[in-house]
Write a protein that binds this ligand. Structure first.
Ligand SMILES: [Zn+2]
Length: 298
């Protein structure tokens, strides 16, 4: 059996060609020029270990593979540049790809098709991700809203005055992880003027003032928790019983929009251990105030 004209060199497999390109040639980049046939020939003569026949067919294989490698590099470049863009429809995406390739003078139908298809997948994945994040957020808001509506707040419990010289306290009923909503500051939501009037009235009557003032989107509000709220006439509202601590506060009030109304929810600032007292820094209210602040502090 004859083995053909083996002496003139081995058949160049794709794997071998890639190996030679990657090892002995300048890296194939999206932007650079591809090596010429002469340069390929020179390379092959410089690496006799492979014993490839330097014929037209081999040179064509090199050329094809180098073009493929460059197309992939250009594809990656295009994806990298455009994947963060927002496209409202497929035409917009295709136009962006056309413009990108045209600007670089990379006219190649296959490349264009690949860019478009890859970007479509990336855009879809991102949209799906966004939708699932939106859903998760909606669910979380729904849960917060039901907690506000039923006022159960199962993670905390009101303890009697014997636990503390400060009177009633609110304690963690279990270990509470950081960033968990613990309870809300619950009461009647008032406008700036209404709140101011109430505040003065309570002051005149020497009543304990459980009021929370805050600014949301440029408007000042109050939450009046002095009287039992009308929505929960028989519930002991936990949020109004949180004691103050500047140094050891373990929850922080945040404004959350639920049902189109701002609510004050207390989030765990850190992991809270079971039986720890829930404390917040009343002073943080001041940060949220503008003109109200001076009036309150005077
Ligand atoms: Zn209520």
């Amino acid at each position: 059996m004859t083995r053909g004209n083996e002496t003139s060199g081995n058949k160049a497999t794709h794997a071998t060609i890639r190996e030679i390109i990657n090892t002995y040639m300048e890296p194939i980049s999206a932007y650079g020029n591809l090596p010429t046939s002469v340069q390929v020939k020179d390379t092959l003569n410089g690496v006799p270990d492979y014993q490839l026949s330097v014929d037209k067919k081999t040179l064509k294989s090199f050329n094809d593979i180098m073009h493929n490698m460059q197309r992939k590099a250009r594809l990656n470049d295009c994806i990298e540049h455009l994947q963060k863009s927002t496209f409202t429809n497929e035409d917009e995406l295709e136009n962006a790809v056309t413009a990108f390739l045209c600007e670089r003078q990379w006219s190649n139908t296959k490349l264009k098709k690949q860019c478009i298809s890859k970007l479509k997948v990336a855009t879809k994945e991102r949209n799906d991700f966004r939708a699932s994040r939106r859903n998760a957020q909606r669910q979380q808001e729904q849960q917060m809203l039901s907690s506000v509506q039923d006022q159960k707040w199962p993670l905390v419990v009101i303890a009697g005055s014997k636990h503390s010289r400060k009177g009633r306290t609110v304690l963690a009923k279990c270990n509470i992880p950081r960033n968990t909503v613990v309870c809300d500051y619950h009461g009647e939501l008032l406008t700036y003027d209404e709140g101011l009037l109430r505040y003065e009235q309570y002051g005149d009557n020497n009543e304990n003032v459980y009021m929370f003032s805050f600014n949301y989107q440029g408007r000042n509000y109050w939450i009046d928790a002095v009287r039992q709220c009308r929505c929960h006439p028989k519930t002991r509202i936990k949020g109004r019983l949180l004691n103050h601590s500047m140094k050891t506060a373990n929850v922080v009030p945040r404004i959350v929009l639920l049902n189109q109304l701002p609510h004050i929810l207390f989030f765990a600032k850190q992991d809270i251990a079971i039986s720890e007292e829930i404390l917040f820094d009343y002073g943080v209210q001041r940060d949220r105030l503008s003109e109200l602040q001076d009036w309150m502090l005077s």
